[in-house]
Design a protein. Sequence first.
Length: 351
Amino acid sequence: MTWRPTTAALAGLCLALSAAPLATAAAAAPPRAEHVSAHATLANPPGAPAGVCPAGAVYGSPLPSSSVTAPRIQGGFSFLEGPVWIADGGYLLVSDMAAGTGPYNVQPSTIRRLTPPATFDTFLANAGSNGLALSADAQQLIAATHDQRSVSAYWLSDRSRSTVAGNYQGRAFNSPNDVAVRSDGVVYFTDPNFQRGNRPDQMSGRTSVFRVTNGQVSLVDDRLRQPNGIALSPDGTALYVGAYSENKIYKYAVQPDGSTGARSVFVNYIGGPDGATIDCAGNVYWASGSDSLVHVYSPAGVQLGTIRPGFSGTTNVAFGGPDRQTLYVTSGPWGDSGLYSVRLNIPGYPY
């Protein structure tokens, strides 16, 4: 999510820079959530969601030109984030966040549904969500839910809710922001403090990246300043995280069991990196809140071009459509946020 700093948030950021790292031991398991159980063979680490990327396919350039414009489908929303394509239903879901309310200044959120070409309705009111993804079996929506400072799962069939990650070592998260799910069910998520509001800081000023495996929450990294968008490579060997307040994208080596190793800089500068997605060739699509573009990078970190959706505040991206070659983009200012789309050359992740 694009962030407008407040005095309290800046104070928290200063504390984050001076704080010592959190312990990396796994926390006690949050309430049971079957969708995070790993089941793939560890010798073949999974990355892309099951059935998304055809095996053995050969791809060319992802973009029709180096500078692409994405037309607007509809605007007038409060603040859109977290698009995810639901292939079984043929629709797109997005989080629509309103201004903070109540004594803790927490932002309400509604999940809205686009049925192409341009029909919108309410899929889930009071969702409390930001970033969205799909469970490994595509039956549940995995949501970064700042209302409960958690990661949640919503069954698509009946909208019932359960908890994927409720705390780390007994401490509440800041405000989980975005999620990525491996095809074996391992969940990765970012935890900046953008939607924490006035609730107490239980992370001692740190903003972090976490992993959930078989119900166990583990720390990936607590050195990032406001980690935001997060994405996995198709082969499951790399995890990408955008550090919003550093204007960088980092890359982590991922082991077959889902644990992470060495961190490197993938992109040295991108203004306000927000949400991201990946295509089946491993190209990385990152929304920039500063210049309102989607920047497209090769797996080696070389910029291939840009996509311009709107006039300010680009927040997130996801592939969809029957062949997953339509890139959906959320972009726009508060009160006139919109959904945009453009057809590209390579299929990609539905979130």
